[in-house]
Design a binder for this molecule. Structure first.
Ligand SMILES: Nc1ncnc2c1ncn2[C@@H]1O[C@H](COP(=O)(O)OP(=O)(O)OP(=O)(O)O)[C@@H](O)[C@H]1O
Length: 268
């Protein structure tokens, strides 16, 4: 594999007028003594989709998970630096992590519905946060399933097990479940990796439609997908972000050799 210089970087600065949903500043993630993310500073524009790309092991998932502090759950991990959200550093000990995750939700690589009905999957967290009114819950179920492009397929079986749905349907249910909390930001870790092309296309349409109400940060190995859905792309290599720019620039005229080699398939 070519040995790329980690000093060779281009990180686009967004104009001051840009509304930034969340930004990391000098974010470092450690697993024990191993520093997996070496000081990444990136802004994520509100209501846009940003794709995180890069070779396996470059730190994309670690970085993504740190944004809503999922790394807190990993024994021995430590995160330093800032994660600025609405003027608050949510990497601070003072932050209520469960409350914060209502604003910054996550969808994982493998669909992980609860072993409950479709309806209960969507309403579970809302009920835990005290929403009891049936009409309100019914409304949330219908709205979120429509947003996730699943309503027509499941409206007559809302009380059947979510586990009986196909993989693509389960993933869209997990999106409906995540958006039921009305998050401001949705983190998606390779959400289409277990899906067929038709389900993937439906998922990408759903993502684009969701940008009317939220900001998406997605890890993907699929370059066509990054080019199709995202507004910005960040290229990760060896725990660093080497290039961050508008997606069309990353895929047509990247400024960094490593990015060029990666997006054109000449890497490694
Ligand atoms: N739970 C963990 N404990 C210890 N080390 C970890 C853990 N998760 C990831 N790492 C290490 O952190 C580094 C970055 O891994 P990460 O999974 O974030 O990369 P990635 O770019 O998302 O890879 P992939 O594309 O293969 O999913 C790797 O060296 C990996 O071995």
């Amino acid at each position: 594999m070519a040995n790329y210089s980690l000093d060779d970087r281009f990180i686009r600065t967004l104009p001051d007028s840009t509304e930034v949903a969340v930004a990391t500043k000098d974010l470092r993630v450690f697993y024990g003594d191993h520093e997996a993310i070496h000081g990444v500073s990136l802004p994520f524009e509100r209501y846009k989709i940003t794709a995180l790309i890069g070779p396996s092991g470059s730190g994309k998932s670690t970085y993504l998970r740190s944004i809503n502090r999922m790394n807190d759950n990993i024994y021995g991990s430590r995160v330093t630096g800032q994660i600025m959200y609405r003027g608050v550093d949510i990497n601070s000990d003072a932050v209520d992590v469960y409350e914060m995750r209502k604003h910054i939700g996550m969808v994982f690589q493998r669909p992980n519905p609860f072993a409950k009905s479709i309806y209960d999957n969507i309403t579970f967290a809302l009920k835990r946060f005290g929403v009891r009114d049936k009409a309100t819950l019914d409304q949330v179920v219908e709205t979120t399933l429509k947003q996730a492009a699943l309503w027509d397929q499941v409206k007559d079986k809302l009380h059947q097990s979510a586990l009986a749905l196909s993989g693509g349907q389960q993933q869209r249910l997990c999106i409906a479940r995540a958006i039921a909390m009305k998050p401001d930001i949705l983190l998606m870790d390779e959400p289409a990796s277990a899906l067929d092309p038709i389900s993937t296309a439906a998922l990408e349409d759903t993502m684009k439609a969701l940008t009317e109400q939220l900001t998406i940060i997605i890890v993907t190995h699929n370059m066509q997908q990054a080019a199709r859905v995202s507004d910005y792309t960040a290229f990760f290599y060896n725990g660093q972000c080497l290039e961050f720019d508008e997606t069309r620039k990353i895929f047509t005229r990247p400024k960094i050799q490593a990015t060029d080699d990666y997006v054109s398939g000449n890497f490694g």
